[in-house]
Design a protein around this ligand. Structure first.
Ligand code: GDP
Ligand code: MG
Length: 396
């Protein structure tokens, strides 16, 4: 499966620009709301360490690409329509937004840290980015709350063959990919009574909030960090207790785009996500100045933040790890391609579950796996590790 990352946020924060920079497509970007009406789905990449070097080989990726053992592995990126306050009531493109959102495994909330756009995405000065961070969370929480209330109504109306509260709620919230165990855990963690009738408004809210946190993991892309005003906001918010638990990445989508364009034009050598680039041609004037500014930015933040946002979403928020399935001969498939595939799998995936990720038949007929790095046999229940190279041996 290819994971899907949803780009969310109010209009004019740079979602489409981010999408373009990460996918290098060209769709409209502008300073007016709702440029993006249909969700745009594109391919972006996350970097993982490729094991080819350890085997003294060069890999032949079936998808994505690999440079110097940095394997760029595909993910889907969705540029979701801009969200404005009240979306859960269907304001703006609210309902459409919410249904697109359901399809994303993880979100990147793009926030304009420069404060130059107001809550609705119109030009402004000194807008507080905290408001945007808070509003998106609240908007999502309200949406979860509404669904919870429907579930509570259903629960109270039951007559015969009563379902448990966690069953009713998890069914109602199935679009969030939850289950009754998770719902039960959340009820417990919030210290809620066994009788939902007794839940106060506050308790319902805290339940909704906790469910949202667990089912919609999120990275905050603090965008427009190339603008003077953004730095102060960033430093302040980063050190505030209220925002400590959030994953906030400093980003300049403009810098990423400029570097990719200069790389394409052969002016510089730049690999997405790197903290530096090499100038290849004699540059002068405006271009030189522009590149110098970007260099300063990279020196300060260690990258443009675009790549880091994608990678934090998958590796920090979703806790995924790369595992490489190979055939029996020379780390290749039947055509002789070396390390052709890279799968991203959740933590605690067992060898047999991994086999199912690769192919249902391999899972059904699983015997054991060979760990190509250690030469050891791996049993079905053994958990795989990040960077494993596994040959799956099956009966068929
Ligand atoms: N300074 C600066 N401006 C940016 C950056 N990213 C996007 N913008 C500008 O913000 C405006 C809105 O961008 P757009 O991608 O259309 O936002 P969307 O409505 O969220 O999709 C455009 O004028 C972009 O050029 C950035 O990294 N730095
Ligand atoms: Mg847009």
């Amino acid at each position: 499966m290819v994971y899907k990352i949803g780009l969310v946020g109010k209009p004019s924060v740079g979602k489409s620009s981010f999408f373009n920079a990460a996918t290098m497509n060209n769709i409209p970007e502008a300073e007016y709301p709702f440029t993006t009406v249909e969700p745009n789905i594109g391919e972006a990449f996350v970097r993982v360490e490729c094991p080819d070097k350890q085997f003294n080989k060069t890999c032949d990726p079936r998808t994505g690409f690999c440079t110097d053992s940095k394997r760029y592995t595909p993910v889907k990126l969705v540029d979701v329509a801009g969200l404005i306050p009240g979306a859960h009531k269907g304001k703006g493109l609210g309902n459409k937004f919410l249904s697109d959102l359901n399809e994303a495994d993880v979100l990147i909330h793009v926030v304009d840290f420069s404060g130059k756009t107001d809550s609705e995405g119109e030009p402004s000065e000194n807008h507080d980015p905290r408001k945007d961070i808070d509003f998106l969370e609240e908007e999502l929480d309200m949406w979860y709350l509404e669904i919870l209330e429907k579930a509570l109504e259903k629960f109270e109306k039951q007559r015969h063959d009563k379902q448990k509260i966690e069953e009713v709620v998890s069914e109602q919230m199935s679009a969030f990919k939850t289950d009754k165990n998770q719902v039960r855990q959340v009820i417990k963690s919030q210290g809620l009574s066994k009788k939902p009738k007794e839940w106060s408004e506050e308790e319902k809210k805290s339940f909704a909030r906790e469910m949202r946190k667990r089912t919609k993991p999120m990275v905050i892309a603090a965008n427009k960090m190339d603008l003077e005003e953004a730095k102060k906001n960033f430093d302040e918010i980063k050190s505030e207790k209220k925002y400590q638990d959030l994953t906030i990445v400093p980003v300049s989508v403009h810098a990423e785009k400029a570097l990719k364009k200069a790389d394409e034009a052969g002016v510089i050598d730049y690999l997405p996500g790197e903290s530096s680039f090499k100038v290849l041609e004699n540059v002068s004037g405006k271009q030189k100045q522009g590149l110098e500014k970007i260099k300063e930015f990279l020196d300060e933040y260690g990258g443009t933040g675009v790549q880091e946002s994608l990678e934090k979403a998958l590796f920090k928020e979703l806790n995924l790890m790369p595992v490489f399935p190979v055939g029996s001969k020379n780390l290749g498939d039947e055509k002789g391609n070396v390390l052709p595939d890279c799968f991203l799998v959740p933590e605690k995936t067992t060898a047999k579950e991994f086999a199912y990720h690769v192919h249902t038949d391999l899972g059904d007929n699983f015997l054991y796996a060979n760990d190509k790095k250690t030469g050891r046999r791996v049993g079905s229940d053994k958990e795989v590790s990040s960077g494993d190279v596994l040959e799956i041996v099956s009966t068929s």
